[in-house]
Design a protein around this ligand. Structure first.
Ligand code: SF4
Ligand code: SF4
Length: 450
């Protein structure tokens, strides 16, 4: 075997290894289309390399140069950042009223004064909300759906029981250690209790809802929270439970992660109070703060097209909880993540696949003093109540929501680094998964309908 042939085989090995790993993880993710395409590419590469190695001579030399050229192109795509885009941090001007969120609106009884007051102030919401009230969540008769209902109910019941524990008295003796040390300790403690990722930010007025709509306290009461810092935490939603979205396992998984995030936040708040400082956990059904905004400012990710926090490794596949406190901590200095904003500008997969047509296309627009995408929460919730699930189709199709696997992480690195890579990856994603990916199968342990 000539030196050129050996060099060719060595040069092909990294690509061969990447494609083999990518095909393997794609089949494990139930992404058969992507798996077969990558496997086909791998077989073609192997067959071509074998023929060229057998021919040797000029053919092997040409193939070696072609391989090196391919690596130079990939390195260019991966490392050349393109035009840098800087923009100021986007913060809303006014605080958001919790009474406006769909969960709060759907809790209002039509014969109540809250109902009358709300729709007098927001007549534009009335017709759409009434249409939603006509839908039934209870259109799920199949055995698998009823079992998943039971699973979601169990987690929501657990979160419900945690709500009485979100706040409490601080211990009289303060444990005083430097801010840097206590920040590291609390971030480590949150992970020890079950968080995937943790970040800290100074609490801003716009992080806090203006009035109670759904959480603790009287409906319409002004929310006064005098804490100075917030600790945001994530828990990971298992991909195997969201890929069948909008079918029901996604709802059981959402509920399970609300419970996990809630328990972690409640324990963390209790630990801070035991250190002698005030602390309140903000968990499902008992929020005083807007979790995605706090988590973004705490450095856990950027807010993407579907309005969810996009984290570096799990994309939108996380649930959030927050602990606010008067304990001074070292805060993250938020800067917009232009790579995610640029990728969402090019991608649009969630908008194209949203069954409720609730996700905007196009660029961000100025809303309440900040550039952002805003989903139509009425359309989204309308679909939920018709489908009888928490939907989550947008999360399931997002190219950034794949498994935490080294091949996907490498591609995410490229997305972070380079505009050319982002442009190429959007096309690659369509080729691998299609413009309208189909929902995948439910987890194997879930009984099938008879
Ligand atoms: S699907 Fe695409 S556009 Fe939507 S949030 Fe994910 S990356 Fe952004
Ligand atoms: S949850 Fe479903 S309906 Fe709502 S925005 Fe996402 S894809 Fe659309």
């Amino acid at each position: 075997m000539s030196i050129t042939t050996i060099a060719l085989i060595l040069a092909a090995l990294p690509l061969f290894f990447f494609l083999a790993s990518f095909a393997s993880i794609s089949f494990r993710e139930q992404e058969r289309r992507a798996g077969w395409k990558v496997l086909g590419s791998l077989l073609m590469l192997t067959a071509s390399a074998t023929v060229v190695a057998w021919l040797g001579g000029i053919a092997a030399q040409a193939a070696l140069y072609a391989m090196l050229g391919l690596y130079i192109l990939l390195a260019f795509l991966f490392f050349v950042p393109g035009k840098k885009h800087q923009e100021p941090a986007q913060h809303p001007r006014r605080r958001y009223d919790e009474r406006r969120i769909m969960f709060a609106r759907m809790r209002m009884r039509p014969d109540s004064t809250n109902y009358q007051d709300y729709y007098r102030q927001h007549p534009e919401d009335l017709a759409g909300d009434e249409a939603i009230r006509q839908n039934s969540w209870h259109n799920r008769q199949e055995l698998s759906s009823r079992l998943m209902d039971a699973a979601a109910h169990a987690s929501f019941a657990a979160v419900g029981s945690l709500r009485s524990l979100v706040d409490g008295e601080a211990a009289p003796d303060k444990i005083d250690i430097p801010a840097e040390e206590r920040t590291a300790y609390l971030c480590g403690l949150a992970k020890f209790f079950g968080a995937l990722d943790v970040g800290v930010t100074a609490l801003k007025p716009v992080h806090i809802y203006s009035h109670v709509g759904r959480g603790a306290g009287e409906w319409g009461q002004e929310i006064a929270l005098n804490h100075t810092h917030a600790i945001a935490l994530t828990t990971e939603m298992a991909r195997e439970n969201i890929i069948s979205a909008p079918r029901q396992p996604v709802m059981a998984e959402s509920a399970r992660q609300y419970a996990r995030a809630g328990l972690t936040a409640v324990m963390l708040a209790a630990a801070i109070r035991a250190m002698g400082y005030e602390a309140r956990a903000h968990i499902d059904g008992s929020y005083q703060v807007i979790c995605p905004l706090v988590a973004r400012d705490a450095g856990l990710g950027e807010i993407g097209r579907m309005g969810l926090l996009m984290t570096p490794r799990q994309g939108p596949r996380v649930r959030l909880a927050v602990v606010t406190t008067n304990l001074p901590l070292q805060a993250h200095d938020y800067q917009p993540d232009h790579a995610i904003i640029d990728f969402c500008n090019r991608c649009n997969v969630c908008a194209a696949n949203c069954p409720g047509k609730a996700i905007p296309t196009g660029e961000r627009i100025m809303i309440n003093g900040a550039l952002r995408w805003q989903i139509d929460q009425q359309r989204c919730y309308h679909f939920w109540t018709r489908a009888g699930t928490d939907c989550g189709r947008c999360m399931a199709v997002c190219p950034l929501a794949h498994s935490d696997h080294w091949t996907h992480n490498l591609l995410q690195q490229g997305i972070q680094r380079s505009a050319a890579f982002r442009q190429t990856y959007v096309k690659l994603d369509r080729w691998l998964y299609g413009a309208h990916p189909q929902p995948k199968g439910a987890p194997a342990w879930l009984p099938r309908d008879h």
